[in-house]
Design a protein around this ligand. Sequence first.
Ligand code: SF4
Ligand code: SF4
Length: 74
Amino acid sequence: MNHVLIEPEQCKGCRLCVNYCPRQCIALGSSINKMGYQYAEFHSTACIACGICYYMCPEAGAITVFEEMAEKNG
Ligand code: SF4
Ligand code: SF4
């Protein structure tokens, strides 16, 4: 399954990933990181691994997108 890893300590809670995800996979959680920001969390099975969240995020290393490899038959 496609999924996204968000590093809590790299996130500044800008919401760009939240706002631009076409599948509403990401939301700001209620927890606060060491810098005092409410950070984004990924909770979804609807991710299409489009990478928009990755490209929108201004923080290098905050978001990693994992795309499931398609299974081949025969
Ligand atoms: S890869 Fe695309 S669908 Fe998946 S969380 Fe990021 S923006 Fe949303
Ligand atoms: S775009 Fe990056 S910095 Fe902004 S809320 Fe999402 S993960 Fe955090």
